[in-house]
Design a protein around this ligand. Structure first.
Ligand code: CTP
Ligand code: MG
Length: 221
């Protein structure tokens, strides 16, 4: 069984607000992208990697992969306008030998082998997709734009979902064939009637959105 990983790093990072894409923001003395790339390459469950770079940043992304000695990188392609477009660009480079595709956000640098193992395992039990998540701990309220609370929403059965997300390759290809958009890949698989399971994620899979997230992740390294 061949497991291919798509590392999506093509976002602009508008909320981070730097002069370069988020994947090339500094984490310690390296570009953010170096950490998740190195971890995916070293992961024993991953056979091959497709890197999806910010348009115009393919060269520096390939150079970084070479510098880090990431021998599993098979292709580096520019991403698209939305995250789903970027995943589609990566999927086009995934080999026909792929039975499973893992999709991971470069913005979540602290990937572990354990979480990869947790999302891969249920695929052999017949699930179409598996996502890591954390049960929602805070009380949830719906509010109007002016802040007026309208209702308290039950958090029963609610999960905050992360990446890496694992899919049967054929299912993921079908889900992306229509050109639809969703905030994660599982959303497209669910919309197509696929069975998706959530497993325990990892608080360290925090996604870098703002500068304080970068500081927090740097302190965990
Ligand atoms: N992503 C991508 N292509 C896009 C948009 C997002 O590959 N067109 C990737 C990002 O690089 C990131 C992940 O999807 O690894 C999650 O996206 P997000 O955290 O929203 O990153 P950005 O879109 O870069 O940030 P922002 O929304 O603040 O612009
Ligand atoms: Mg975004």
């Amino acid at each position: 069984m061949s497991v291919w990983a798509i590392l999506v790093a093509a976002g602009r990072g508008e909320r981070l607000g730097l002069d370069r894409p988020k994947a090339f923001a500094s984490l310690g003395d390296e570009p953010l992208l170096a950490e998740p790339l190195r971890r995916l390459d070293a992961c024993p469950w991953v056979d091959a990697i497709v890197l999806v770079a910010p348009p115009g940043w393919e060269e520096p992304a390939i150079l970084l992969a070479e510098e880090e000695g990431c021998g599993k990188v098979r292709a580096c392609v520019p991403g698209g306008e939305t995250r789903s477009d970027s995943v589609r660009a990566g999927l086009a480079e995934v080999g026909d030998d792929a039975l499973v595709v893992l999709v991971h956000d470069a913005a979540r640098p602290l990937l572990s082998d354990d979480v990869v193992e947790r999302v891969l395992a249920p695929l052999s039990e017949g699930w179409d997709g598996v996502v890591p998540g954390l049960p929602v701990g805070d009380t949830l309220k719906r509010a109007a734009p002016d802040g007026a609370v309208q209702e308290t929403v039950s958090r029963d059965g609610l999960w905050a979902v992360q990446t890496p997300q694992a899919f049967v390759a054929e299912t993921l290809r079908r889900a992306h064939a229509g050109g639809a958009d969703a905030t994660d890949c599982a959303g497209l698989v669910e919309a197509g009637g696929g069975r998706v399971k959530v497993v325990e994620g990892d608080p360290r899979l925090l996604k870098v959105t703002s500068a304080s997230d970068l500081d927090r992740i740097a302190s965990w390294l």
